[in-house]
Ligand binder design. Structure first.
Ligand SMILES: Cc1cc2nc3c(=O)[nH]c(=O)nc-3n(C[C@H](O)[C@H](O)[C@H](O)COP(=O)(O)O)c2cc1C
Length: 401
């Protein structure tokens, strides 16, 4: 289905799609007065209390969770692709165990689990940073039980040094780090700041930064093309849409997935989008392509690519994920916005799974100066125009803590 055409008869009741169109196009589509749905939907959809309620409670309260369980709570707050939170946790005396939950998967968007394992690395790193801030040393053992591939990591805790300023800053950022999909300001992020984001700890991965304007433009065009290819792939689009939680009732029920709050909209447009009727998958896809072109790539100050020896190796994925989360925490502590952007890698993996010819690996590799087999995941950074909203999290009891 295509985006609504200008020739369609005017509907007196504005749809969320017309509002989303107005975000980039302008043109008076936002007509809230007199719709009659405002009062009901605005309350039902949580217009006025963004981030308040049980699905967001951990952001405010992870530090207050008693004992070692607080460290698992920090892990739950990590970035994870599409926010299915595909894990369960076990907390013992001086140990935190992370297990895979195979029921929460995206087999089309992430066919061989590259992003999934990167997300586990993110969770592990949040646990490590939380432990350090509590004066604990955290030893990570990846896949500790060869007989149990679902046992992703064991994090053993022993008394360690008192946290230094850096450890404290990174742990403080656990509660305020969010994926920021809004616009970033035009001013660049200097090279020293970028280098500092990825420095400080050798985790077996590194970050390749893309700051040169011509390279950024080439990469930006590649992201847009990959996004268009994803939305044109109907089964992949349908799978992604199944993780979109459209309204407050769904968020309260599932406490996972992607929400309107986290799309980087201005407060006004967010309120409008929540009040108006839900958008279709096609409208959501069109919005994603448009945002990728006009906001995400247009305002990226720099792109970062996590480089590892072998993107197919599970241990490299976990290591890359740990670095990714560390960078995100450091970016948050430095007042920078960060948005993960993985359309290119997703398209490469999906085409491979389909047996289709690869359209992106060579160009991706060329612009990065890195073999595609070493480019694990990528993101943009910049000075954000506005703060990002928190995404929901499942209750600790629901994930075994
Ligand atoms: C490996 C990985 C890949 C991701 N890819 C994307 C992406 O391509 N686009 C995007 O907007 N967010 C992406 N994300 C961000 C997740 O959607 C986000 O972490 C999740 O929704 C939870 O939100 P939060 O990061 O604000 O806590 C990715 C995250 C991870 C860990």
């Amino acid at each position: 289905m295509n985006e609504q055409q200008e020739t369609e008869p005017a509907d007196p009741r504005p749809t969320r799609r017309t509002v989303l169109k107005a975000i980039g196009i302008g043109g008076g589509a936002v007509l809230l007065a007199g719709t009659g749905v405002v009062g009901v939907r605005s309350v039902r959809n949580g217009v006025w209390d963004v981030g308040e309620g049980d699905p967001w409670a951990l952001w405010r309260g992870w530090q207050d969770v008693p004992g070692t369980a607080a460290l698992a709570a920090a892990g739950v707050l990590a970035a994870n692709p599409h926010n299915p939170q595909p894990w369960s946790w076990a907390v013992g005396d001086g140990v935190v165990d992370l297990h895979d939950d195979p029921t929460r998967a995206m087999p089309l968007g992430d066919p061989d689990g590259r992003e999934r394992v990167v997300g586990y690395g993110c969770a592990v790193q949040n646990v490590v940073q939380a432990a350090r801030a509590r004066g604990l040393d955290a030893q990570v053992q990846a896949w500790p039980d060869p007989a149990d591939p679902t046992h992703v990591a064991r994090i053993a805790l022993t008394p360690g040094p008192a946290p230094d300023e850096d450890a404290q800053r990174l742990a403080d950022a656990i509660a305020t780090r969010h994926s920021n999909r809004g616009p970033y300001r035009a001013d660049p992020v200097d090279a020293a700041t970028l280098a500092a984001l990825a420095g400080g700890e050798d985790l077996g991965a590194s970050v390749v930064w893309v700051t040169d304007p011509a390279a950024r433009a080439t990469l930006g065009a590649l992201y847009v093309e990959a996004t268009e290819a994803i939305v044109a792939d109907e089964p992949m689009s349908v799978e992604a849409f199944s993780w979109f939680r459209d309204d407050r009732a769904q968020v309260e029920r599932y406490r996972d997935g992607l929400t309107l709050d986290c799309q980087g909209l201005s407060p006004f447009m967010l309120a409008a989008a929540k009040i108006l009727p839900a958008q279709s998958r096609a409208a959501g896809d069109a919005f994603w392509v448009k945002s990728t072109r006009e906001v995400h790539t247009a305002t990226a100050a720099a792109y970062g690519v996590v480089a590892v020896p072998d993107v197919r190796a599970a241990r490299d994925r976990l290591a890359g994920g740990r670095l990714l989360q560390r960078v995100h925490l450091a970016a948050e502590a430095a007042g920078l916005g960060l948005q993960h952007m993985n359309q290119i890698g997703e398209r490469i993996d999906r085409d491979r799974a389909l047996g289709a010819s690869d359209r992106f690996a060579d160009r991706w590799s060329q612009v990065l100066g890195l073999p595609a087999g070493q480019a694990l995941v990528s993101f943009r950074v910049g000075h954000p125009v506005r703060a990002a909203n928190p995404s929901p999290r499942r209750a600790l009891e629901a994930v075994g803590v």
